[in-house]
Design a protein around this ligand. Structure first.
Ligand code: ADP
Length: 175
């Protein structure tokens, strides 16, 4: 049985992430979607909120489980007995970062390899940052994220009030 993990921040989960998970779930026997609890970038949603939204977005995939993790991704993959780390590639600029990550993870845990799936064309310019930026400025994100994420964004913006826009990281080199 080949187990793979798909690690990401999912802040929030988008249809681009769901697409990668759906396709990886066909290739591997079991896929663990791993929600990184504290990445070194500013986050809008709490780890628990990101876990719950990702769980709901991927509930239709029977061989997929969603777990929160902290610490090294490669170490988490080893603990899960995973042989593969799945990532997504959208544009050329993703490649440099993914190459760096893949080589670092391989150095840390040589028996685990990284496989990158190409983003589907309709999701290739979709990122969590774009979703937050569009929503923060009053645009519709209905075609970018599942309905429960739209609801969570509304709830979060309401609960943060005037602070909300300041909490959204609108400047990001990649995500
Ligand atoms: P992280 O901060 O861990 O990179 P992200 O949620 O930003 O987490 O992205 C996780 C992975 O999913 C990355 O490999 C990224 O390239 C991929 N990804 C993000 N959005 C999309 C998308 N729209 N289509 C395909 N892959 C994507």
């Amino acid at each position: 049985m080949t187990i793979a993990i798909y690690p990401a921040s999912f802040d929030p989960v988008t249809y681009g992430h769901v697409d990668i998970a759906e396709r990886a779930a066909i290739i591997f026997d079991k896929l663990i979607v791993a929600v990184y609890d504290r990445p070194l970038k500013s986050l809008f949603f709490s780890p628990q909120e990101r876990l719950e939204m990702t769980r709901q977005a991927m509930a239709h995939l029977p061989n997929v489980t969603i777990e929160l993790y902290h610490g090294l991704t490669a170490e988490f993959a080893r603990q899960c007995s995973a042989k593969v780390i799945v990532r997504g590639l959208r544009v050329l600029s993703d490649f440099e970062w993914e190459l760096q990550l893949a080589l670092t993870n391989r150095r840390l845990v040589p028996e685990i390899d990284t496989i990158c799936l190409m983003a589907s064309q309709q999701h290739s310019f979709l990122s969590s940052s774009v979703v937050k930026e569009v929503f923060a400025n009053g645009g519709s994100v209905a075609e970018m994220v599942p309905p429960q994420v739209v609801a969570a964004l509304s709830g979060k913006f309401k609960s943060l009030g005037a602070e909300a826009s300041g909490r959204v990281n609108l400047v990001s080199l990649r995500d």
